[in-house]
Design a protein around this ligand. Structure first.
Ligand code: NAD
Ligand code: ZN
Length: 357
């Protein structure tokens, strides 16, 4: 097919306090005897949000351990435990950051598919729908709430389950839920959105669809991270919509150099997505000069911490592994550098870039 025909999220509710509507929203999707499963980011264990979850009947509340980013083994374990205990479930509701939302998407898919989630890492390998799934972000920036992928670290690679069955059936965008996010974490995840915008807008895959969303998201990022003197509730409102629009922008284009390089870091060192993107983007003047200069102003404005020297003691073998993982992200490089990207991004150039991080 020449033009991408992409599947979007089914329903969207937006607004402060909209989380309170969850019970009503999911009611029509409850099936007799089959529980709703709430996958709650472990940060919220014992916090007030936990007691607001509309548990009914034999509903299940699971805490998503996101100490590490989601793994195929973690997805498989949760899905097989649910299948064993209940046969099927009415739905999976992920409440948390990008990691928890991705876990919820992947577990939902594995409730309808056999084998391991690792078998479906790639593009359009998922052939059966999963169960009903809802995404409720508590951090803004990844765009995982709107994307058609769920990024998983598997036995041999870090790659998403990209498919038309992956987007959520419903998302609940309640900016109040992001209120207590720690300042640095909020910045790292928010910068994921900023970087999505720059990579999309500066990429060769750009079209008017992506541009329209990317420009709006970028404007909102600038307002909250550069123009506002202090963080306010309105900033949370704006950043949540920036994340949504940034996600929509890359849905019809692709990310670029920062993501391709940070996937290598994450695979080898376990560096998390948001902070990893910041560490890499900080060194990408040669690819995105204006974006990197603006990023540095955002960092300086509120004094965020961007680690340095994380590749200082790596062996040749480790650099090679990161380079392999990174160069495997072909569409990202092609979007960033064009069709002849392989001639431009040689292994030695990439090695030199990793050495700077
Ligand atoms: P995260 O989900 O990994 O969470 C980071 C930390 O913040 C965790 O310790 C979590 O417990 C905590 N946290 C979450 N909400 C909080 C809150 N309101 N207050 C305080 N702490 C809170 O972080 P993220 O940056 O949102 O997500 C990164 C993940 O998203 C990675 O796994 C990445 O691969 C994935 N991702 C997916 C897509 C996609 O399209 N599917 C896109 C980008 C990133
Ligand atoms: Zn990202």
């Amino acid at each position: 097919m020449q033009f991408r025909n992409f599947k979007m999220v089914g329903y969207v509710v937006y607004g402060r306090g909209s989380f309170n509507q969850l019970d009503e929203i999911i009611a029509p999707h409850r099936k007799a005897g089959a529980p709703m499963v709430f996958l709650l980011d472990h940060y919220f264990q014992g916090k007030p949000l936990e007691s607001r979850i509309p548990l009914r009947g034999n509903d299940v509340l699971l805490y998503a351990d996101v100490t590490y980013e989601p793994k195929t083994t973690q997805v498989d374990r949760i899905a097989s435990e649910l299948k064993e205990a209940y046969g099927t479930v009415s739905g999976i509701i992920g409440i948390g950051g990008g990691s928890t939302m991705d876990l919820a998407k992947a577990v939902s898919l594995m409730m309808g598919n056999t084998g391991s989630s690792a078998d479906y890492q790639g593009w359009d390998l998922v052939k059966q729908p999963g169960v009903y799934k809802v995404g409720i972000p508590t951090l803004s920036g990844t765009g995982a709430e709107v994307s058609r992928t769920t990024v998983l670290t598997g036995p041999t690679r870090k790659l998403g389950m990209n498919s038309d069955f992956t987007p959520f059936d419903q998302i609940v965008l309640d900016p109040e839920l992001t209120k207590d996010a720690p300042k640095n974490q909020r910045f790292y995840t928010g910068m994921d959105c900023y970087i999505h915008c720059i990579e999309s807008l500066e990429g060769t895959y750009l079209n008017e669809f992506s541009k329209s969303y990317g420009e709006k998201a970028l404007q909102l990022c600038r307002e909250v991270f550069l123009e506002e003197p202090h963080w306010t509730d309105e900033c949370d409102d704006k950043l949540m919509m920036a994340s949504y629009a940034g996600g929509m922008s890359i849905a019809y284009s692709q990310v670029g150099v920062a993501h391709a390089v940070s996937y290598g870091l994450s695979y080898l060192l376990g560096t998390k997505h948001g902070i990893g993107n910041c560490i890499v983007f900080d060194q990408l003047e040669e690819f995105y000069p204006a974006g990197v200069a603006e990023f540095k102003r955002m960092v300086a404005k509120d004094g965020y911490e961007i680690p340095k020297g994380i590749c200082a003691n790596l062996t040749d073998e480790q650099f090679d592994k990161m380079i392999d993982v990174s160069l495997g992200m072909k569409p990202l490089w092609e979007n960033a550098l064009g069709k002849n990207w392989e001639a431009q991004m040689t292994r030695s150039r990439l090695r030199a870039l990793y050495e700077k991080l």
